[in-house]
Design a binder for this molecule. Sequence first.
Ligand code: PBG
Length: 322
Amino acid sequence: MSFPTQRLRRLRKTDSLRRIVRETRLSRDDLVAPLFVCPGEGVEREVPSMPGVFQRSVDRLVEEARAIADLGIPAVILFGLPERKDAEGSASWSAGGIVQRALRALREKVPGLALVADVCFCEYTDHGHCGVLAGGEVANDATLANLALQAVSFAEAGADVLAPSGMMDGMVGAIRAALDRAGCEDRAILSYAAKYASGFYGPFREAAESAPAFGDRRGYQMDPANAREALREVRLDIEEGADIVMVKPALAYLDVIRRVRETFDIPVAAYSVSGEYAMVKAAAARGWIDGPRVRDEILLSIKRAGADFILTYFAREVALSI
Ligand code: PBG
């Protein structure tokens, strides 16, 4: 018995045919743009390892956010570069802090944009670790109390979504309880639930001036070798009240995104991090790859793996291209 050749190429013949059978698409609705806010006025400083990404003072940030909203991107996530750093990172929970000022300005001037605030301490501590130190290590429970202060302060300044990224145990529960106590029960939590100790964060630490002064983050961020453990992290964060869970980085952890997507029914975000962006930009600048094509292929793979939306430094250029 002989069968006719199965001709899958029939539906690949033309662009129109390819379009009607396309399974996954990138849309503006999939994108969250990360933004870095710094003190001063009229400041717009490009990050050397991330061409097209800038540290901006609040006035310039507002202009950029307006452009982003006009492009149809629904949300931004803010990272702050404070005036001063100390051992606790106390500038992060001051009502006059850099992120609080940015949130108030954006809330007023770009009202339709969803505002996500990264909740962590590495940008605010003089040692660059993600919490309070005790005996050379980040003290988990002492850090939780400070995370709660920071999250409430960001919420009061206008954040719609609080995004704890420090990988402290119990961070989601502590922040949820504090938000509810402060009358902010309407604010959501996007937990960096499965965040790996990754070499892909290199350029971000330049952008956010947040490299640890000693050691590394392997004592709190996840081991890149572990995928089952990511499911435990996500499960606990959901139990503690996370509204959205995130996997980070994205490209080297597509299997984790897929497993989280298949195991849980809440929204799943993926963070395509600074190193993923820098690799594409660096290779494209040398003419070694076609930058926009590789960019779209990577972002599509993250959606195909199961992410509902993507935090990406490409947000603006992708929105411009579709
Ligand atoms: C911590 C934080 C980091 C990133 C987002 N939030 C850095 C880290 O854990 O060292 C990395 C994002 C990126 O690399 O693009 N506040």
